[in-house]
Design a binder for this molecule. Structure first.
Ligand code: ZN
Length: 139
């Protein structure tokens, strides 16, 4: 498993980590398999969406912030209940197929780390499970 370290700069922020994940996959030297990208945090998440136009990420963040306000009479007294809820909604992992040592992402797709309670030091864990000896084919 490879661990990618990220330093976030704002309370809420989307950070394109596609390149770092692709690099980690390359370093693992597994040409074909399944790549798991996991965020070990309760107030951050990970998504796959458009990274060609940066305004898409901005809009996703804006609407999440509207949907889940910072203060809303929450029970959790740590002051970051909104971040826990946003992290639950977006999820803590994504899966991408790997072929020829490369991530199989759509033309417009990128992998975004989602900070909801920054700024903090964060991690993204990457693991590739190689295809079996038959390359996944039966017979
Ligand atoms: Zn908390």
């Amino acid at each position: 498993m490879k661990k990618i370290s990220i330093s976030t700069r704002s309370r809420t922020e989307l950070i394109d980590v596609t390149h770092q994940v692709a690099q980690a996959v390359k370093e693992m030297g597994i040409s074909d398999g399944i790549c798991y990208v996991f965020v070990p945090h309760t107030t951050a998440g990970i998504i796959i969406n458009e990274n060609a136009d940066p305004s898409v990420g901005k809009d996703i963040l804006m609407e999440l912030n509207k949907l889940i306000p910072l203060d809303d009479g929450y029970s959790h007294l740590e002051g970051n209940a909104a971040a826990h809820i946003k992290a639950s909604i977006v999820g803590s992992s994504v899966t991408v197929l790997v072929e020829g040592g490369r991530l199989c992402l759509g033309t417009w797709q990128g992998i975004f780390f989602c900070e909801f309670d920054g700024p903090r030091s964060r991690q993204v864990w990457v693991k590739v499970t190689p295809d079996g000896p038959s390359g996944g084919h039966i017979g």
